[in-house]
Design a protein around this ligand. Structure first.
Ligand SMILES: NC(=O)c1ccc[n+]([C@@H]2O[C@H](COP(=O)([O-])OP(=O)(O)OC[C@H]3O[C@@H](n4cnc5c(N)ncnc54)[C@H](OP(=O)(O)O)[C@@H]3O)[C@@H](O)[C@H]2O)c1
Length: 226
């Protein structure tokens, strides 16, 4: 499938590379492709600078949010939670209409330091904000409850014996996303229900961050035992 992955942090390149390796035609979306391809600063967690990563993944294009979305059937939002509405607005309503919009972002608010709070929270979620802002897109929240490496290699933690959630209003869109998740190796995919259930998936983050602190690694995931 033709997939646009918005985001040049840790998640975007990780998910883009994994989808490309599984045969999808992937383009990364960013605000300014020229500036992104000229970056010299290392990636998060000391990873390679974006141009170095891209040199090793030449089959993945780099385009503006609008151009990446225009040529794709699926859009993955892996932008900073505080910038997601702006990133998708830059993509444009027409380029999102009818498309599956996979939302991996978390609305983390670091304005009061660490640990971050969530904004929105409790009675709203980023997933719902995106669905309201782009009513013709078919938003599915997923993968936001684990670190990037676990998203694309679930077997690397406990042999893949753990859970991933999907939330969204469109049943067919969720089926498409389940297929992609299975392609990445996820086995326990729990459909929480409509997009309001993204509140729960996002509210796992305060716990996720504290488990990360306690274990000293993000290489873990939650399992819903039943
Ligand atoms: N890191 C993880 O393992 C992990 C795990 C689960 C969920 N998440 C969530 O996934 C998302 C991505 O996380 P990340 O750590 O990979 O990267 P990040 O640093 O949170 O986000 C980087 C991306 O956000 C875009 N961005 C930032 N501000 C923007 C704005 N005002 N307008 C438009 N775009 C903007 C940047 O665009 P440019 O390319 O133009 O600079 C860049 O592509 C976040 O929402 C995070 O909470 C992360």
């Amino acid at each position: 499938m033709k997939i646009a992955v918005f985001g040049t942090g840790t998640v975007g390149p990780t998910v883009a590379a994994a989808l490309s390796a599984r045969g999808h035609d992937v383009v990364i979306g960013t605000r300014d492709p020229e500036a992104t391809l000229a970056r010299t600063e290392p990636g998060a967690m000391g990873g390679p600078a974006f141009p170095e990563w891209h040199a090793a993944h030449r089959q993945i294009g780099v385009a503006t949010f609008a151009d990446a979305a225009a040529r794709s059937e699926i859009v993955v939002n892996a932008t900073n939670g505080g910038g997601s509405l702006a990133a998708l607005a830059a993509a444009g309503d027409a380029n999102l209409a009818g498309k599956v919009l996979i939302d991996i972002a978390n609305p983390l608010d670091f304005s009061q330091g660490f640990p971050p709070s969530l904004n929105p929270v409790n009675t709203d979620s980023l997933g719902e904000q995106l669905q309201r802002a782009f009513p013709e897109a078919r938003v599915v929240k997923t993968l936001n409850t684990m670190t990037a490496s676990v998203m694309v290699d679930p077997a690397g933690v406990a042999g893949g014996d753990h859970s991933v959630f999907v939330s969204g209003n469109d049943a067919a869109a969720k089926e498409t996303v389940k297929g992609l998740l299975e392609g990445l190796g996820h086995r326990d995919i729990i459909d929480l229900g409509d997009i309001t259930t993204a509140r729960g998936a996002e509210m796992i983050l305060p716990l996720w961050l504290r488990v990360w602190g306690a274990l000293g690694t993000g290489e873990f995931n939650f399992k819903v035992a039943r």
